[in-house]
Design a protein around this ligand. Structure first.
Ligand SMILES: *[C@@H]1O[C@H](CO)[C@@H](O)[C@H](O)[C@H]1NC(C)=O
Length: 295
């Protein structure tokens, strides 16, 4: 028996009554253009604008992406509860607002940005595109090809797989926009008194070349519901019922095997053997099995 026999898993959705005021976006990605041409910002329905660049770290890099990053849409499965709980070590980005080697050909942007729990947008654009700036990025320098290693909402659990983690999107156009439409669902994992409060999201992407402000746009909204994924220990009687079902299955199979063996012996040894079987018609342990089957 596997060790999950004593547990039952339920999926429930509740209205998310606790209006938590804010949360963070955990972010770690590399964009194929120099940091000093990049502008990042958060805008949301509360009109609480601020420059995300003051909180995020920019680090000059080369655009060199590990081959296991996926270009196509990746499949996301709800992580196994065991995994989530065993690996639930929340982490945090330690540094804030550190900017280094900003002239290098690519830029790694990482850190945590606090956002309000309302519809909003985090964007990465070129300086001077879509708003005024002292710097105007030369068009040839624009390249919004990017690789994401972390993009999540809420407490940062490095081992939770999110739809955007380890993905890459590339373009050969300078004026190109990537627009992610993100729908965040607050999710609570619960088992044996342990709770992990986190957020899952679903995702779609639209891209366009030449027409709109170039950049990477993460548009997000929050679902008003809360998913609760829960594993509960079964009560004693629930457990007994389950055990009986499993054992019943074993008995039925044993009955079939017995019949099969009987047939095989009959074929091998002929009638003599079959008669011998008839003689001891009653009283055998396996006769009980036949009764079990009829129930
Ligand atoms: C951007 O950089 C990537 C990776 O180096 C490259 O494949 C792509 O062609 C570049 N796009 C533009 C517009 O230069």
């Amino acid at each position: 028996m596997d060790r999950s026999a004593g547990f039952i898993r339920t999926f429930d959705a509740f209205l998310d009554e606790v209006v938590r005021k804010d949360l963070v976006i955990n972010l770690d990605l590399v964009v194929a253009m120099p940091c000093n041409y990049i502008h990042t910002n958060v805008r949301d329905a509360t009109d609480d604008r601020f420059l995300a660049a003051e909180l995020l770290n920019y680090q000059g890099a080369v655009f060199n992406i590990p081959h296991w990053y996926q270009e196509s849409d990746k499949k996301i499965v709800t992580p196994e509860l065991e995994q989530v709980l065993e690996r639930s070590v929340p982490a945090a980005f330690q540094m804030k607002g550190e900017h280094r080697d900003e002239g290098a050909p690519a830029c790694r942007i990482y850190g945590a940005i606090p956002v309000n729990r309302v519809k909003g947008e985090f964007h990465i654009t070129g300086k001077g595109y879509g708003y005024r700036d002292r710097t105007h990025t030369p068009m040839q320098a624009l390249n919004f090809t990017h690789a994401i290693s972390e993009f999540s909402y809420g407490e940062f659990f490095p081992f939770l797989d999110n739809p955007l983690d380890m993905t890459i999107k590339s373009t050969n156009e300078n004026i190109h926009s990537f627009r992610y439409h993100i729908s965040v669902v607050p999710t609570l994992y619960r088992k044996l008194g342990l709770e992990i409060d986190t957020n899952q999201y679903s995702l779609s992407l639209t891209e366009s070349s030449g027409r709109y402000v170039p950049g990477i746009f993460f548009q997000y909204d929050f679902e008003p519901i809360k998913m609760v994924i829960e594993e509960k220990r079964l009560s004693f009687w629930q457990f007994v019922v389950r055990l009986v079902t499993i054992l019943g299955g074993i008995m039925v199979v044993a009955g079939w095997l017995y019949k099969l063996l009987d047939k095989a012996l009959l074929l091998t040894f002929g009638k003599e053997f079959a008669k011998r079987g008839e003689e001891k018609k009653s009283g055998g342990l396996l006769d009980k099995v036949e009764e079990f089957e009829k129930i």
